[in-house]
Design a protein around this ligand. Structure first.
Ligand code: GLY
Ligand code: MN
Ligand code: MN
Length: 444
């Protein structure tokens, strides 16, 4: 017996839209993710391919979806593993062919072992073959081989697809605008991650190790039912906060340093992505306060810009402006703000962009530009807003007091019809709120 399958109505709606976009006379083929071995008999945890899951809710490896718009005997076919009693005994049950139809609403289902015999036939006389080009290179090659097989039979009067087109644009534009169900899932992920960040603030102490704080975060994710992190947590004390993708998380936390934590869980295939930076000992120093407030002001200015009709780059531009002004005010940069921005003088201290789309993938799909222009924000889009300042330990050009301070503040933001909703702002980020939470902490 498989678990009751949630959200099948929504998956069916997505498939209908997708079938319409692929259009009669064409075919689309999408492969699942596969099991990856860590070593000998040990596997990495399986995570389904997001596009595959988006159209099916089917959470098994070794499966292929085929969409044949207008096919009388069924437009949505699923190749998958057959139900197998021994597998069920060792690793648990799978849907099997019957489940693929009854629980996942495939019009027809076939064993994966038969795909070589069946798929070329389905490709016959189709004009276009849509597939997620480059996502699974081995599978791309198989598709080319099957197409060739059809082409080899040209003398029998059949033709092979003449055009190969990526499904990315079709599916990713759908994924970019989140449904209310998806927004609920992202909100749930956000809520758990907020709890985890609060817990991290409460249990951080000088002398603890970064991995001990990481453990508290993971504990919170898992006890609340989020099985996966959306990405490996960054828990960087002091100068480690200046390493953008620091994941060693094995250093001791020093009194007087800041701790930068970038961590978010995945809930039911939806990601959250939060960064908070706070003092290891619970109290910001004057220098830390000054830089932190600058980043926080930049974040507020960027969030202000998240509204329908504004373009993707507006929040980034707002953040850069506030950060550059702040760096001048604090003496880390000198010159006219407009010139410094034009010359990107802030880049040694702010070298990344202010956000990315968020959804099933933490760096989610969707184009940022259309016809070479930044795209306009629309209700239902979800993005992160995450400015930072990173003063490297060897930044000899600035006063010593700033060196080795790394700060990022990151929230998840939904574009609404009126403006935006910050989904993660219950994780404290005001200086006073952080210090108050850490003071109140009763966690040993
Ligand atoms: N956690 C990855 C990022 O913030 O983009
Ligand atoms: Mn992010
Ligand atoms: Mn992040």
């Amino acid at each position: 017996m498989v678990q009751e399958v949630k959200g099948q109505k929504e998956f069916a709606r997505r498939r209908k839209q997708f079938l319409r976009m692929v259009g009669e006379g064409n075919i689309a083929v999408i492969a699942s993710a596969n099991i990856v071995h860590r070593n000998s008999d040990v596997e990495y945890p399986f995570r389904q391919d997001s596009d595959f899951f988006y159209l099916s809710g089917f959470d098994e490896p070794d499966a292929v979806q085929v969409f044949v718009p207008g096919r009388k005997q069924g437009e949505y076919l699923l190749f998958c593993r057959e139900f197998d009693k021994t597998t069920a005994l060792w690793v648990g049950g799978n849907a099997g062919l019957e489940g693929a139809m009854s629980d996942y609403n495939a019009d027809d289902a076939f064993p994966m072992d038969d795909i070589d015999d069946i798929l070329p036939g389905l490709m016959e006389n189709k004009n276009r073959l849509y597939f997620p080009m480059g996502a699974h290179p081995n599978f791309d090659q198989q598709l080319m081989d099957w197409s060739q097989e059809v082409r080899n039979r040209a003398r029998t009067g059949v033709s092979a697809p003449a055009e190969f087109i990526s499904t990315d644009h079709l599916i990713h534009e759908m994924r970019l605008i989140k449904s209310s169900q998806e927004i609920r899932q992202i909100k749930k992920a956000a809520k758990i991650s907020v709890e985890a960040h609060k817990r991290a603030m409460q249990c951080t102490r000088p002398g603890a190790f970064e991995y001990q704080v990481e453990a508290e975060i993971k504990h919170c994710f898992m006890t609340k039912g989020a099985q996966f992190e959306a990405y490996p947590a960054i828990v960087g004390g002091g100068k480690n906060g200046c390493i953008l993708h620091y994941t060693q998380n094995n250093a001791v936390l020093n009194d007087g340093d800041l701790l930068l934590i970038d961590a978010g869980c995945e809930w039911d295939k939806y990601a959250s992505d939060i960064t908070r930076t706070f003092p290891v000992n619970g109290v910001f120093s004057e220098a830390q306060k000054a830089l932190y407030q600058c980043v926080l002001d930049a974040q507020y200015a960027a969030i202000e810009q998240v509204k329908p009709g504004n373009h993707w780059n507006d929040p980034h531009e707002a953040a850069v402006k506030v950060l550059t002004k702040g760096l001048v005010k604090l003496g880390l940069l000198t010159g006219r703000v407009s010139t410094l921005i034009k010359n990107e003088a802030y880049k040694p201290y702010y070298m990344h962009r202010t956000g990315h789309w968020l959804g099933m993938d933490v760096h989610d799909v969707g184009d940022y530009k259309i016809d070479k222009q930044w795209r306009l924000l629309e209700p239902g889009m979800v993005l992160t807003v995450e400015p930072g300042l990173y003063i490297q330990p060897d930044a000899l050009e600035v006063d010593e007091k700033w060196r080795g301070i790394g700060i990022r503040i990151e929230d998840d933001v939904l574009v609404t019809s009126k403006g935006c909703e910050v989904l993660t702002d219950t994780a404290p980020k005001e200086i006073k709120a952080i210090e108050a939470l850490m003071r109140r902490s009763t966690i040993a």
